[in-house]
Each structure stands twice: as structure tokens, then as C-alpha cells.
Write a protein that binds this ligand. Structure first.
Ligand code: PLP
Length: 405
């Protein structure tokens, strides 16, 4: 942490100046925490005011059009991302879908997407759009390949993850954004893995920043959500589309995510430190064939991470490959873990381990998965906030079990 790290203060207070939900109740004093406002609809004494709320966005009218508790979360995330506004969704996938729909891609002006990404996002692009026509996949960390694809396809938008799932590749956002903007394309970034604690993509030229709030923003494995941070103009269009598609975040969920955001900086600081410690330890183990962590000097994008990320902070995710492992060996390793939970999510206070071939990237099929570099022995660890020594000890005893089997 640098001497004066404003993010720690921002995370605690961002969005706190929202109008108090339920202020129509005329309570005395301002509650220190936002209220959960479950009202689906709002009534006004003056029908002109109701018209304003319904059609001009002045005040609240109907929950699908907006809710005070959701607004509080949206303001907080917009502030943390350095965006003009944010729009919340029921899940990260709903937010990604909204971002792709808004991009208005076509065969003439397609989406250029990183080939490494979360499996469901890959499936969304493959199944809901037309690969080879309205979507083209490229190796996003190769700047020459990206430039050639931009020249060839003249994309309307480029999509990347700040840290890719699960191979932890780090695209050089400023150069990709500059190349995108040069042909009038926008830059859509899934920032779920990095969070605004590690980097704020808008500062690197991103136009649309998407989060699965289910992960680090919520942080406790008890809420699903998605959010897009962007310009006021794009947010207005997204809100208009959200009114029609639905897929809104509910007030209870917004409240939980916002509560998670308050400790985002503290959790990320610990999770990044734990991941660095665990990655270093794993890289010394003979039973591990490969460790992928952007904080290790041998990671291919280590220099990019050093340039773009918060100082000495490389995220809380570590991927590693068990030596000579097939599914049975990986399953044995997973079943031997005691502290680390094997479950299909990430970013929680608990350490979670996932086998991409089994869950996040299962739908790709083995051939495509291997083509993308996700081997049969690769597992992905989301470091929690437990003591690093306990995480390491659990990995050590599980590796021992596998070795002696
Ligand atoms: N983006 C990334 C990078 C993810 O890892 C995930 C889920 O794991 C999502 C988006 C989808 O989020 P959700 O499960 O909230 O829909």
C-alpha cells in the first residue's frame, strides 16, 4: 500500500451520498448504511412528478426502471472505476450480454474477442452470435496479431478480460484501446479478476467495464450480480435496453454487493499477497509441472502486469498444472483438500479451487480446451483471506496424498 492510498477510503465511502432510500418516510437523521428499498412501484401526489419519473428518469417509478438501493451500488462502482456511471444486472453474464448487444456488432463490423476467456462468455459469443462472421477470436496478447485482425475485420468492438480466465493472460489494454479507437471501435473489458483495486481499465482507454459482481465485489459467496461501468451516454442506452430485457439486480442483492465493496480493498490486498506467496511455493514443488501467476517473473505478461497493475499486486488467482495428471489424478487431489473448497466460483473470502475441464471450460469440449492451452491437469485456485500458511499447508498435504496413492 502506498503512503496515501485513496482507494481504501473510496471503497468505504463511494456511493454514500445517494439520496437516502425510504427518505419519503421522513426519518430523522441519515442512516450510516444504505437502506434496502423493496418497493416495486412508487406513487406521487403530483401526477406530473409520476410522469417525470416514468419517462424522464427524474425519481423512481418502477423497480425495473431503477431502485434506490441499486443506484447506491451503481454510484459506488462508477466511482471506483473512474466511470461516469454504472448499470447493475442480475448476473455477470447478463451484464456481458448487455454489453455485447449494445455494441451492435454485425458481419460488417464484428466483435474481435480474446480467444482466452471465461467459458460461458465464450459459449455466449459462439452460440448467440456468429463466429467467423460477427465474432472473431484472436490471441490478444500478441499485438501484431491484434493489429492484423483489426485491419482485416474492421471491428465495431474489441473484448478482453483484464486477467483472463483461467490462464491469467494480461492484454496490454492501452495499446489495444488505441488501436481500437483508431478504427472507431470500442473497447469492452471484463474486469472481474482484477477489480478496480488492481487496475481501472477506463484509465487505459476502456469504454465499457464489465464485472461479475458475484466474485470479488460481493466477495462472500452469497450473492449474484453484474455491473457495467461506462460513460453517461452508454449508460443511458444500457438502461433503456435493461427496461426492455429485464435482468435487473434486485435491491437485496445490490445491498449485499455494496456491503462487499466496502471491504474490497482490504480483501484484495490480502488475496493478492496470499496468491503471490502460494504461487512462489507451488513453483518450488516437483509435483507441479507449471505455475501460472502474473506476479512470477517467468509469466509471459509479467512486464505488462508491472506496467498496468497496482504496485506489487497481481491478483488473487493462481493456476497450476499437476505433473502427468489426468482427470482421475486431479479429482484425487481435489478430494484430498480440506481447507480449500472445490467449488465453481472465485473471488470469495474462502479459498476456492476449480478444475476448468470439469466446470468453467467444460462446455468448450476437450479439443477446443486443449487448443486454448487449458490442459487436463490444470486447476485454478482463487486465494481467499485465510492465512497463506494454512492455504499452503492444505495444498502440501493434498499433493502428498496424490503422490503416495
Ligand atoms: N466473467 C468472468 C471472468 C467470470 O469468471 C464469470 C463467472 O465465473 C462471469 C463473467 C459470469 O458471472 P456470473 O456467474 O455472475 O454470471
Amino acid at each position: 500500500m502506498t503512503a496515501h492510498d485513496r482507494f481504501f477510503t473510496q471503497a468505504v465511502h463511494a456511493g454514500g451520498d445517494q439520496p437516502v432510500a425510504g427518505s419519503h418516510l421522513k426519518v430523522d437523521g441519515r442512516p450510516i448504511a444504505p437502506s434496502i428499498d423493496p418497493a416495486v412501484t412508487y406513487t406521487y401526489d403530483d401526477m406530473g412528478d409520476l410522469s417525470g419519473a416514468l419517462h424522464d428518469g427524474v425519481g423512481y417509478s418502477y423497480m425495473r426502471y431503477g431502485s434506490p438501493t441499486v443506484s447506491a451500488l451503481e454510484s459506488a462502482v462508477a466511482e471506483l472505476e473512474g466511470a461516469e456511471e454504472a448499470v447493475a444486472y442480475a448476473t455477470g453474464m447478463a451484464a456481458l450480454h448487455a454489453a455485447f448487444v449494445q455494441a451492435n456488432i454485425s458481419a460488417e463490423r464484428p466483435l474481435l474477442a480474446a480467444q482466452n476467456m471465461y467459458g460461458a462468455t465464450f459459449s455466449l459469443l459462439r452460440k448467440m452470435f456468429v463466429p467467423g462472421e460477427s465474432v472473431h477470436f484472436v490471441e490478444i496478447t500478441d499485438r501484431d496479431v491484434v493489429q492484423a485482425a483489426i485491419d482485416r475485420f474492421h471491428p465495431r468492438a474489441i473484448f478482453v478480460e483484464t486477467i483472463s480466465n483461467p490462464l491469467l493472460k494480461i492484454p496490454h489494454l492501452p495499446s489495444i484501446a488505441a488501436a481500437a479507437h483508431a478504427v472507431g471501435a470500442s473497447m469492452i473489458v471484463d474486469a472481474t479478476f482484477a477489480t478496480p483495486y488492481v487496475m481501472q481499465p477506463i484509465k487505459s482507454g476502456a469504454d465499457v467495464v464489465v464485472h461479475s459482481a458475484t466474485k470479488y465485489l460481493g466477495g462472500h459467496g452469497d450473492v449474484m450480480g453484474g455491473i457495467i461501468a461506462t460513460s453517461a451516454a452508454r449508460a443511458a442506452e444500457l438502461r433503456m435496453q435493461l427496461r426492455l430485457y429485464g435482468g435487473n439486480l434486485g435491491p437485496f442483492e445490490a445491498w449485499l454487493v455494496l456491503r462487499g465493496v466496502r471491504t474490497l480493498a482490504l480483501r484484495m490486498r490480502e488475496q493478492c499477497a496470499n496468491a503471490q506467496r502460494v504461487a512462489r511455493w507451488l513453483s518450488e514443488q516437483p509435483s507441479i509441472a507449471k505455475v501460472i501467476y502474473p506476479g512470477l517473473p517467468d509469466h509471459p505478461d509479467h512486464a505488462t502486469a508491472r506496467e498496468l497493475f497496482r504496485e506489487d499486486c497481481f491478483g488473487g488467482m493462481v493456476a497450476f498444472e499437476l505433473r502427468e495428471a489426468d482427470e482421475a489424478k486431479v479429482f484425487r487431489f481435489m478430494e484430498s483438500l480440506k481447507l480449500i473448497k472445490c467449488a465453481t466460483s472465485l473471488g470469495d473470502v474462502y479459498s476456492l479451487l476449480l478444475y476448468p475441464a470439469q466446470s468453467s471450460h467444460h462446455a468448450l469440449g476437450r479439443e477446443e480446451r486443449l487448443r486454448q492451452g487449458i490442459g487436463d491437469g490444470l486447476v485454478r485456485l482463487s486465494c481467499g483471506i485465510e492465512s497463506a500458511e494454512d492455504i499452503v499447508a492444505d495444498l502440501a498435504q493434498a499433493l502428498n496424498v496424490v503422490r503416495s496413492a
